[in-house]
Design a protein around this ligand. Sequence first.
Ligand code: AHR
Length: 693
Amino acid sequence: MNLIKCVARPLFTSKFIVLCSLLAATGAGLAQTNLPVIQIQADKVTAPMPPTFYGLMTEEINYSYEGGLYGELIRNRAFKADAIPEIIKPANYDPAQDYPAKYPAGVAPKFWSTVGGAVISLDTNNPLNEALNVSLKLAAATASTNAPAGIVNGGYWGIPVRPLTTYSVSFFAKAAPGYDAPLAVSLESADGKTVFAHAEISGLTSDWKKFTTTLTTENVAASKENIFKLTTTAPGTIWLQQVSLFPPTYKNRTNGDRADLSQILADAGPKFLRCPGGNYVEGDYFNRRFNWKRMIGPTEQRPGHPSCWGYWSTDGFGLPEFLGWCQDLNMEPVLAVFAGYTLRHDYVPAGPKLEPYVQEALDEIEYVTGDASTKWGAQRIQDGYPQPFKLRYVEIGNEDWFDKSGSYDGRFAQFYDAIKAKYPQLQLISTANVKSRTADLNDEHYYRSEEEMESQAFMYDTRNRDNKTKIFVGEWATRVGSPTPNLAGALGDAAWMCCLERNADIVMMHCYAPLFVNVSDLGAGRSMQWKSDLIGYDALNSYGSPSYYAQKMFSQHQGDEVLAIAAQNLPTYQWQPPAKKHNGVEQPATTNEVKSLFYSATRERNTGKIIVKIVNRADAPQLVKLDISGVSSIGAEGSATVLKAANRDATNSLDEPKKVVPETETVSGLGTSFTRTYPPCSITILELDAKLL
Ligand code: AHR
């Protein structure tokens, strides 16, 4: 939610730039003397490309897990969405203590309705356990085979029904004495016309028991306007908890992830997962932080919590699930730990009161990396992950530059000392400038308009190289387009990623944010809390935005070495930034000269292939000369992968998921020096067949 202001340095005289702009604006052939020239020195490697350069940032926002990646299809399965969110200030908060959720009296649980005259209410007198300290009480005064009574859930804006698919149903239930009838579960169309699958479960007693069954559809058309129903054919009183419905998950993981979203991510080849990043790790208050110890073990033992983005999280997608996600996509976790500061500016200063949180972080690292001989490593094994995870980076907090108390320096130092003492190999990431210790990396966040992103697309070229603290750009996005970015967003992103790549000697990793948005209800239902998100979906379908495809192109054409690159005669455009106020007084409008051509070059070590990225953000085609030195030859044929569209507003959506996607073609006329025209509003990746000297 924060902006760091940076200004790109002009590299050329303004007279010269104006000339270039005029020529570029014509869109036609540029005078040869002013042709933009990009020079690549293939014998000069400026940095190895960090193997974990491209990654993912994740948090529970925009229904990213619940109603998103997490496979669960039932909304409010644990009936805690009505819990009254409690505010506990640090002075009254004991991290070792449980603070059980409280509920309004006499209400029916959100997102559940009834059929057959059933009456439902939240019941705190019949909880499943301490974690799920409430249940749904279903009172059916009348019910029969012809007129069953029960509960209905519409999922997260629908329940996806696919052909020939088996869904796993589970729930905990008990009944009042005397109840001796089966319960029926079914997947039905919301209009009541079609029953897609049906099963019966019997054996309820007056004690809580877990029941499981499956529902298998026939060769029906895929749809999402559906409901899940649980009914009785006999009168009685029944209590239910954790009513769950899972489709087949990615790689068939139990309690696993939605397959289509996982596949979109896998296709882009991310190398790390910042988990969890963002405000979600902090929470609004201490009792609403990412409290990982309550997000492990069997899901019915996880109490859940109100997440900072306005909805309840069951925490079925907790720390083990982040690790499962990493395993499935072959990503390295970048573990973010709670650092004693919350979104509402509550904090615990450095000192003995911070110690429990430091210990929490140490235990969390042990959970991720420990073997069976360690307490928390053994717990992870019990949770289904026998092998310790490779962990190199731990991030301490999130956006602690918000903490105006000045406590971060001390808090960071306390975490730093404890973690380095036990795990000296770990690289520690700060989230604001610190003086007391030298952070290994600092996390910088940039949310920008297209023009701002392009204005600062050379900012790291002039960063001080003497700084021992490297850079992790842990959140960034060109925020143009809603719910997902359009081509203009992708152009800003690509300009920015060229900058990150050119500067991979100081920028070690980066990840776009936010990753996901459920686009089902952008109005009152607020399925989105933050606009311009990389990947959109509803209950049934999903799509990648043009920004996603830009990411994918860059990530799949990473290379192993960054090559020295320089440019002359870069075209520019005029941009007037939005008016700003200083001390309440509107500042005079300024006009910025912004470059409209961006570039980077890397090489694959094994093949020698040179990968050149060129972004033409202008609305006109751009002729560019490429000179490559330090090679004996460049093959005349290569390939070009291009993302472009008729205009910068073009975008993808559920209805047109593949409107703006890259296309790859064989190109000829390449060599150590060649000119090529780059289409308007385009991102091009050239793969050149190079022979070393
Ligand atoms: O990505 C959305 C939010 O932006 C993150 O939660 C927070 O870290 C940042 O302010």
